[in-house]
Design a protein around this ligand. Structure first.
Ligand code: NAD
Length: 362
């Protein structure tokens, strides 16, 4: 049966980088005969402009009937001062929660060809391969009550709520242990259990899930120490499982260990295996429309889509090989460029990956 892939280009550099991943998809459909149907939809600022909502009902219906979703990124200065409830980021949170995409997998992998691009010493980061498993639909980003209110003395007070139920913690912990059992078998659970009761419960539930995975080693770490260890000795980690906000911050930190946020894909999975795939970076409005954005994170997100939602493991491996090949051939976008390399634009990088893929496949 034909499977539908929903493409949501989004805002800023979103359309440019997604177009490169679509070239790879077109290659798989036209040259390899993959039975896939592509549909496009609106999310974020572009959806606000077209419909008044960052997550229109039409997009929800498209998403529900898709086997998987490929997203660019949303947001930008144009929509920063509009009413909070219709800001682009609300569209993102809306689609994640509507589809119950509770598990965000963010690999931080350093391609050896880019060891120089890291801000850390080569021996600290070479062969780095960490998988972040971030809880995505709970915690302080969704907790109620939230808002900004005016106090009796006239000053305003902002407030949010950090809340996690046992079942939310248990399902993300199971995802992390499942992932670790196919890797090096080590999970580090990051919390702030010494200060926050919600993460005291987090620690308790993760420890109890660990009993079902005797072959996986569990370690607990406070988030402040984890931030320090990620910079000091990042190779000690295999899988890191953590809350929505801690995962947001720590995975961005880890992304810089790999040289550029433009290299890092992500997968957001539901319990039925469907998912939304997107680069870990934002819409980079500062470089939008200039053909300089790095499309590799988006192309690697497509690879994750094939691996996790379509079980096309071989094609996923081949895309990763093609990315590695173009880096070995010296192709670099501006964000990862160094002396002696071939500085190319977004489009040219996409073309180079398709060319490398075609020589790997044929
Ligand atoms: P950002 O990730 O968009 O950009 C941070 C820096 O990284 C910028 O200098 C940018 O030029 C650079 N960068 C990002 N992606 C790149 C790429 N592919 N190639 C080369 N350089 C790249 O983060 P920001 O500036 O904090 O946010 C910009 C907008 O994106 C905001 O509106 C924010 O809300 C939104 N955002 C969206 C998502 C998402 O859609 N998932 C995630 C984060 C931020």
């Amino acid at each position: 049966m034909t499977k539908k892939i929903l493409i949501l280009p989004g805002d800023g550099i979103g359309p440019e980088i997604v177009a490169q991943a679509e070239k790879v998809l077109a290659f798989l459909i036209n040259e390899r005969g993959f039975d896939l149907e592509i549909e496009h939809g609106l999310l974020g600022g572009s959806a606000v402009d077209a419909t008044g909502s960052p997550f229109p009902d039409e997009t929800l219906n498209q998403a529900k009937s898709a086997a998987a979703i490929l997203l660019g990124a949303v947001g930008g200065p144009k929509w920063e001062s509009i009413e909070r409830s219709i800001r682009p980021e609300r569209g993102l949170l809306g689609i994640r929660s509507s589809l119950e995409l509770f598990a965000n997998l963010r690999p931080a992998v350093l391609f050896p060809q880019l060891a120089e691009a890291s801000t850390l010493k080569e021996e600290v980061v070479s062969d780095l391969d960490i998988m972040f498993v971030r809880e995505l639909t709970g915690g302080i980003y969704f907790g109620e009550p939230r808002g900004i209110k005016t106090l009796d003395d006239g000053q305003r007070q902002g407030f949010n709520t950090l809340v996690y139920s046992e079942s939310e913690i248990e399902r993300i912990a199971r995802t992390a242990f499942d992932v670790a059992s196919k890797r090096q078998g080590r999970v580090c659970s990051v919390d702030k259990a010494n200060v926050l009761e919600a993460t005291e419960l987090w620690r308790e539930v993760v420890s109890s899930v660990a009993k079902d995975y005797p072959d996986v080693e569990l370690q607990h770490m406070y988030v402040d120490n984890a931030a320090m260890q990620l910079v000091r000795a990042p190779k000690q980690f295999d899988v890191i499982v953590t809350t929505n906000m801690f995962g947001d911050i720590l995975s961005d930190l880890a992304s810089m260990l790999t040289g550029s946020i433009g290299m890092l894909p992500s997968a957001s999975l539901a319990s039925d295996g469907s998912g939304m795939y997107e680069p870990s970076h934002g819409s980079a409005p500062d470089i939008a429309g200039q053909n300089i954005a790095n499309p590799l994170a988006t192309i690697l997100s497509l690879s994750m889509l094939l691996r996790y939602s379509l079980s096309e493991v071989q094609a996923a491996d081949q895309i990763e090989q093609a990315v590695s090949q173009v880096l070995s051939d010296g192709f670099r976008t501006k964000d990862i460029h160094s002396d002696g390399m071939n500085c190319v634009g977004t489009n040219e990088m996409g073309d180079a990956v398709v060319k490398a893929l075609s020589s790997i496949v044929n």
